[in-house]
Design a protein around this ligand. Structure first.
Ligand code: BGC
Length: 253
């Protein structure tokens, strides 16, 4: 029988967030706990915070945990916006030890992949058919690619090179904030990014996620890319929800 509740943790550059999730509809059960990401965000420091977050709940089932990195079989393989000491770190073993659970009870996955899994399960049903690419615009740009709802894990489309730059450096939401760009100025960069990405993967649909998707009406209508693009449905909690679903379904990559 599929579990009706799960537990997810989303590790981000500024906060580590966890909550119980109702897996029948993708909503949170009770309050979400958020603790600032420690600096530097080394594996040990992050594991302490994750243990503190989980400890605030009465939960002894499987835990899904996201990282803003490529994660292969529980091991972090990249570290674009997190401490470099994550690279090569066996994250599922680290968290299992710190939480006092078996490693089978920890599902590690990339943050954008988790957000995409949540959209597939609980978001707009139009995204479940054909090729869908979810992009999260935040500190970096995360990506998750699906064919008929099934994930192709660990795509890193935020790092394609555009006009001589790593794409996320120019088109992530952090570039908008750091450089004080208006929505129309930033939308031009996103449009250039999507046009190049479109020439490489040409999905049937893009989903725009990340915090800035809350203001989708200010920039999504300005985009000229041919492929249709819709804002994410789940907003802030997509990573938590997707992580909880992955853990309950026993999905690891
Ligand atoms: C990382 C991805 C991550 C994205 C969003 C990128 O810099 O390479 O793994 O999904 O940021 O956090």
């Amino acid at each position: 029988m599929t579990a009706t509740r799960g537990f997810g943790i989303d590790i981000g550059g500024s906060g580590i967030k966890g909550a119980l999730v109702d897996l029948t509809d993708g909503t949170l059960v009770g309050d979400r706990v958020r603790i600032d990401t420690p600096r530097p965000a080394t594996p040990d420091a992050v594991a302490d915070v994750v243990a503190e977050v989980v400890g605030r709940f009465e939960w002894d089932g499987p835990v899904g945990i996201t990282l803003p990195a490529v994660v292969k079989k529980g091991v972090a393989r990249t570290a674009a916006n997190i401490d470099h000491s994550w690279i090569g770190r066996d994250a599922d073993t680290l968290f299992a030890e710190r939480l006092g659970v078996s490693v089978e009870n920890v599902a590690m996955l990339n943050d954008a992949d988790a957000a995409g899994m949540a959209e597939m399960r609980f978001g707009d049903p139009v995204a479940r058919t054909g090729v869908t690419a979810l992009l999260t615009f935040g500190t970096g740009i995360g990506s998750a690619l699906f064919l008929d709802g099934k994930l192709v894990p660990n795509t890193e489309f935020g790092h394609i090179e555009i006009d001589g730059h790593d794409a996320e450096k120019k088109a992530a939401a952090s570039a908008k904030d750091n450089e004080g760009l208006s929505y129309p100025e930033w939308a031009k960069r996103v449009d250039r990014y999507l046009t190049v990405l479109d020439s490489l993967i040409r999905p049937d649909l893009y989903i725009a996620g990340g915090g800035v998707s809350k203001k989708a009406e200010k920039w999504v209508p300005l985009l000229s890319v041919e492929t249709p693009i819709i804002p994410a449905s789940l907003l802030n909690n997509a990573g938590i929800v997707g992580a909880a679903a992955a853990a309950a379904e026993g999905i690891t990559h």
